[in-house]
Design a protein around this ligand. Sequence first.
Ligand SMILES: O=C(O)CCC(=O)C(=O)O
Length: 344
Amino acid sequence: METLLPFEDSTQILNDAAALQARMECDGFFYFKGLLARAIVLDLRRQILGVCQKYGWLSPTADLMDAIIDPVAANAMEPFCGVGVTQAAYREVYKLEAFHRLAQHPAVLGLMARGCGETVLPHPRNIARLMFPTKANAPTPPHQDYIHIQGTKAVYTCWIPLGDTTETLGGLQVLGGTHSVGLLPVRKSAGAGGLQVVLDGLNQTWSHGDFTAGDVLVFHSHTVHRSVPNQFPDRLRLSVDYRYQPVSLPIEKGSLQPHCAVAEWADIYAGWTDTSLQYYWEQYALEFQEYDRSLFVTEPSGPMMGGSQMGGSQMGGSQMGGQMGGGQMDGAMGGGMSGPMGKN
Ligand SMILES: O=C(O)CCC(=O)C(=O)O
């Protein structure tokens, strides 16, 4: 049975590294109300919506910032790699300097450095989600990010809604405490990532709430999370997923590549004003960890979980893994955390 618990705002402990680490150790996530200035988030929203407008997927009569879709045009598009729009449009979004700059906003980097207790490495493989409420874009199923990202389990996702995002619009929910249960079995599923964890027997108290522009949700790579269905037939949900880890821990090489090979870095960086946002990871002597395919085994789909019932795909590993950020698939590590926000 599922129950819901409202997000608790962690702003009071924002500058307290020990308290942040203790909360992550206990809950596997934290939520900050208004961590970012609304204007910065809305500026990126405007730029991304500008791309959608160019492709004709938004209503020509509505205010751009309301993100009202043109249903005929939106339903005709074929979304790429779980991001909600075509590869060509995603490439344009991926080239936006502001999209990558937000990942390195001082408020986010400071928070992640305090949580990690050492220099933090933002993964350059940032992800934008332009979730048009179309048949092709199913909600993101409950999953753990680690299977897609690997390297170290001490990878943390910052999920940032680009605009006010009520649950009716399809926000994110997290299952607190699941960072300590180890990697759960998976089944194929519709939605970004193409896999859902099997939650049988687990306490399902989902933390949830409405987000406003500027809010940030941070969770451990083992923490189960999901999006909820967008109930608006005509409104687009926009968000970004950014990942961070302690620089001293191993990383899987794919985390340093553009998401889903949407373009080359040289092409993405063309015309940027801030070169410090480019190739910044090359300053570190990183330890690399091979992607582990050996433990990826999907369980048979249960009732209501199969791809066809949910309109899901029958994709193979590399296609599915890429959608959540992993260039590849699979992987497993034991549960539990150690050290600041979990150090391995
Ligand atoms: O925004 C979504 O629908 C999925 C986000 C997600 O799963 C993540 O950030 O890891």
